[in-house]
Design a protein around this ligand. Sequence first.
Ligand code: GAL
Length: 633
Amino acid sequence: MIPKLGSCYYPEHWPEEQWRKDAEDMIASGLSWVRIGEFAWSRIEPKEDVHNFDWLDRAISILGSAGLNIVMSTPTATPPRWVVDKWPDMLIVDAEGRARRSGSRRHYCFSHEGYLGEAIRISEIVAKRYGSNPFIKAWQLDNEYGCHDTTLSYSDSALKAFRVWTSKKYKTIDQLNESWKNVFWSMEYIDFEQIQLPNLTVTDPNPIHALDFKRFSSDQVVKFNRSQSQILKKYTQAPLIHNYMGRITDFDHYEVGKDLDIASWDSYPLGFLEDRSNRSEDFKSKFMRFGDLDFQSFHHDLYRSVGNGRWWVMEQQPGPVNWAPYNPEPAEGAVRLWTWEAIAHGAEVVSYFRWRQAPFAQEQMHAGLNRPDGAKAPGLKEASKVFAELNNFDGIDQVQSKVALIFDYESCWAWDVLPQGKDFSYFELVYDYYRALRSLGLSIDIVSPNESNLSGYQVLLMPGLMHVGEQLESAIKGFDGVVISGPRTGSKTLDMSIPENLPPVVPRINGTVARVETLRPNALIPIQNHGFFKKWMETLVDCDEIIEFCDDGRPAIIGDGKNLYIAGWADQGTLKVIFSGVCSDQGIQTTELIDCVRVRDTLNHRFWFNFSEEEVAVGSIKIPASGVFWEQL
Ligand code: GAL
C-alpha cells in the first residue's frame, strides 16, 4: 500500500474564485485527498426544504477536476438553528439536567427521534445527489461522535428510550429487579415506566443502573451511525468512514465500526498532551512540542483494530491548535514525524486539518497548512516533504504483531462507575501497559474483548478487563502463548456484581481476590526485587503458584510462566521487567529504548522515531532530531 496525504477544506469559507487555485496548490503540495462538507448544513439547506447545492456542485467539480479524491460528509454534527427551532427538545441535556445550547456544534441528543429523522433526511438528500459522483471516493458520517462530552444525554428522549432499552433487555420488571439487585435500598420497581436516568441521585446510583445507562448511550450512537450508513449504502459504493477522537471512550467504537468500512481519527498530539493527559508537569514540558510519544500510536493501533485493518488520520494537527489550555507550536519536523508515525502504524491516508487557517469564528487561532493570508505555514512544507519521501517506497504494509493488548470500552464504563479510588482509570491502566511495551521496542496490536482468533500472537495482555466473555474465554483456552492479566481482570459479572466464587474469573488462573484496597498517591507497596504497586492493590489467597511477593508478604504476581496475574497497579519499571522476561521466554526480541525514541515494524521496514530536538543514537542507528529513520527488514 502506498499511503496518501490530504487536507480538510471548507469551500463555504472562501470566495469561489479561490477554489481552483486552492485545489491546484493542494495537488502541487502532494495532497491527493480533500474532505469537505461536514459542517455545511446551513448552506445546503438554509431553511426547511429549501436547498442550495449549486455552490457545492461547483466546488466538487473544481476540486475533483484538479485531480483530488473527495471525502464527502454528512453534515449532521452541526444542525442549523432552524432545525433546533423545529425540535426545541432535541438538545443534549447534561447530568445537571440543563439543556446545552446551539451556537457551536454537536448540540443534539442521540435519542431524539425527531432529530434522528432530520439526520436521516439530510443524509439521504446529500447521498442521493452525490452518491454516484465520480469525484467522491469516500464518505464521512457526522463528525467526531462523543466529542465535547456529547454521548451521554439526560433528556426526556433519552429517558423514554432507556425505558424501552431496559424493557427489551430484561423482558420483565422482576427480571430487571433481580439482575440489578434492586432489593438493596428498596429500589425495586413495579413498572419500567418508573425507571429514571442515573443522574441527580442523592448519593451513588446503583452501579448496574449507571453501567446499563452507559451501554444504552453507546447503543444510541451505534444506532445513529447505522441509520446513516444504511442510507448512504443505498446510494454509494464508496467506503464509509467516521473520524473518531483521542481518548473518547463513552461509546463502543468497535460496534460503531461494524457499520463502516474504514476507521479514522483526529490526531492532535500537542492539544492532547495539554488537554487530556495525566502525565507529570516535567513530562509535559519536555514533550510540549511533540506530544506524548505513545498517545498517538496507541490510537493508531486502536483504530486499526476498530477499522478491521483499514484506518486513516482524518485530521492531523498542522501547527498550534486553539482548544487546549496551552497551545504551543510543534517542533520543527514534528508534523513530518507524526505523519510518518501514522504511516508506519498503517494509515492509508493522513489528512491535515485544515488547508487554510480561518481568520474568523471559533477556530481563528487554530493553524492550518496555510496562513489566513494564503502564505504557506511550516506544516505544509513538512507534508510535502513526506510526499516526496514516499517515492522511496514500493509499498508500506502491515504485519501482525506478536503482542496483543485488549482495550475494552465496557471496562472503561464499569470502572468509571465504580472506581473505588479516585485515581483508578481503565484507560490509564491499559495505557500504562502499552507504554511499557512500546518503550521495550515492541509493536503492538490492540484487540477487542470479543476477539475469537488469537492465532499468530505469542503474548496477550488484558489488564483491568471487567469480565472475560465466552468468546475470549474459549480463544484463551486454545491459545498457546502467554496471557497476562490483572489487576481487576475478571472481577465483575455482566450485572456488575462480584462473581460468586470471587475474582479473578480468568481462564487458567487459580487464586482468589480476598480483598482490595486503593491507595493515596504517596502510598506505594514495594514488590520484592522489583518496583512497587500504586493506586490499586489486591490481597490474593489460595493461589496455586506465586511468582513474586510484595515486601509485606502478599502475592504480587501469581500463575505459572504462561499465565500471569498481576495483583496491583505496577509502576513502569516493574511492568518492563515482567514484559521483557515474558518476551525473552517467547523468543521475542525487546530493546530498552530511551524516553524519546519509539520504533515500529511493518512488513518490510523498521521505522525509528525521535521525539526530541537532538539527534540520538540507538546502537549504530542515528535518528535525526525530530526525525525518523527507516531500515529495510
Ligand atoms: C476537531 C474537529 C475539527 C476542528 C478541529 C480543531 O476536533 O473535528 O472540526 O474543530 O478539531 O482542532
